[in-house]
Design a protein around this ligand. Sequence first.
Ligand code: GUN
Ligand code: ZN
Length: 428
Amino acid sequence: MERKIIRARLLSFLREPQSPEDTESFRYIADGGLVIEHGKILAMDDFDRIDPRGAEIIDHRPHLVMPGFIDTHLHFPQTQVIASWAAELLDWLNDYTFPEETRYADPALCASMAARFLDRLTDHGTTTAVAYASVHASSAEALFAEALKRNMRLITGKVLMDRNAPEALCDTAQSGYDESKALIARWHGKGRLGYAITPRFAITSTPAQMEAAQALALEHPECHIQTHLSENHAEIALSCQLYPEAADYTDIYARYGLLRAGSLLGHAIHLSDREIGALAEAGATPVFCPTSNLYLGSGLFDDARLRAAGLVNAIATDIGGGTSYSMLTTLAEGYKVLQLQGQRLHPYRAFHWITRGNAVALGLERQIGTLEVGSEADLVVLDARATPAMALRMERARGLMDELFTLQVMGDDRAVVQTYVAGLAAKG
Ligand code: GUN
Ligand code: ZN
């Protein structure tokens, strides 16, 4: 039966909540019905107002159904790097991450890891990801092919890197350009797939490669761009040394036309006022990666300062510098990072962020991130009583906000009862 009705409590945000009192910012239906057909949402309403004829009814009561989570920055070839013992970013890259990524020269490994990687995402309630592949075109190919098979929305790109890395992990300005071009032609816009032009970061690209990335960006305004910015003090110093003509780290990317709407800048921690102004003017998107920033000791992302400058921040796991695939765990760590700076991440804003907020940051809010009619039917079914400790906490919950905050602070993949990708159950 093609038409389905999901019966559950439904929650979907209409705009960013301004405070814990801002209950007008979302729709919450206590006994809701979500009608799904051909991978899209046809209706969201009270269950008893929906015509059940000809539909399969899936009853998820008493659980909470939300749009699937969106992870805006993580690394496919770092699935097996998580929990590697390193002091900080550059050691971690050189000692563990680069050697591991060399394995992705093998297309058979890429194919099997792509399936395992996407399984981990959907197990954790994530239905859209913006992922870095490795330098090998075959790694992006494998990830695109696996996502297409699942009809999953995925943005990825082969990493551009032509220096300061093992020989086996370096392309050239020309080969990186050619391979990116071929991948865009083959995959961008196919099914639910999108391409991100992916210069890894300034340290691993020569000026010639940055020019090639600039050409790709100019030729493909439809593509996202992703890179890393201002994560760690040693990284910043080396970047500025390698590009002495740039005013600062951000200016390196600006000089090569890599800052625009749709540019995703992982980390963006140690920025000057000038840099923040430049990012805001370009409409680029800083990406908060709390578990990674804590794990690598990189620093505290100053969400309020960036927002005050008019920036729209995204949030992400950054696997494998990040330590969890869970966007719930990411929110928990994000909450603590902001607490340390006197900022509060209230649960309405938190759940808006990992659904509609990240969709807005990607320019995809008409497709994903809400349960509005016409949206793609990517869903997560959540149980705030998933563990004994959560159930105990929930005995004292006084409403939706307490339930969401329990999920935000204590939740992980155990709280994910089911995930739907384009209307099909995806959690194994
Ligand atoms: N900077 C350049 N590459 C990486 C990476 O793979 N992970 C993180 N966290 N930072 C980076
Ligand atoms: Zn990263």
